[in-house]
Design a protein around this ligand. Sequence first.
Ligand code: SF4
Length: 232
Amino acid sequence: MADGEEINRAEISVTNECVFACYFCFMKKWRDMDETLNLTEQDMQFLLELFPDLKKIEVIGGEPLKHPRLAEIVNELVGVPKVTVTTNGYLLPEGQEGVDYIAQFPENTKFYMSLTSYHERNYAVRNRDMWEQAVVFEQTCQAAGRGNGFLYVGPDKVQKLDFIRGLGITGKVRFNDVYDLGGGADVEGAKEYTHNLSNRIFMGPNVQFYKTARDFSQGINPLDLTQLNPQT
Ligand code: SF4
């Protein structure tokens, strides 16, 4: 952490649980624990006290929708201009139940469905209806009046974007270069998604802080809170 660096973006893993077991999951060692670790509303309050200037919070898991109080947690993030929830979409209820679920979240919440698991090796553990789920996911978010987008990691980005648009999906597609370093600059009509690693923090299990989620996944020690904020 550079001296004087203002933290204005946070990524938080609200649970270690997931319905899948993707072989490439960067949270694998945490996800495979016997114990369920869920962050709480109080943890969100602590985060905002520690970093009052957060302009964006990205909520991830595990699978966030496994958290029984996800909506309550996100509703604690009052005053943060941008909040995203990235889900695999599998647990989103169908029909009006899904709309009602999404509508519980603040209006500035934007939902991303991760298409990251679209890998041949992963097909055995990922529901084969993922693309149908993506269409329903977008329709559900739109019916609830919440923004939505998609996160894709995998080969053949140009063809995949054509395929996604062919399904009638209109939401933004981000190409995550964290895992495959492919970026998205080569894809016309797609916005390149790159993790800007400055000015951000990752909050993981047991309210431990890391520079990035990757640091956590690679077993790097948590940051010392007193170094993050002299007032703590
Ligand atoms: S869906 Fe996401 S969180 Fe769940 S196992 Fe796969 S990569 Fe990990």
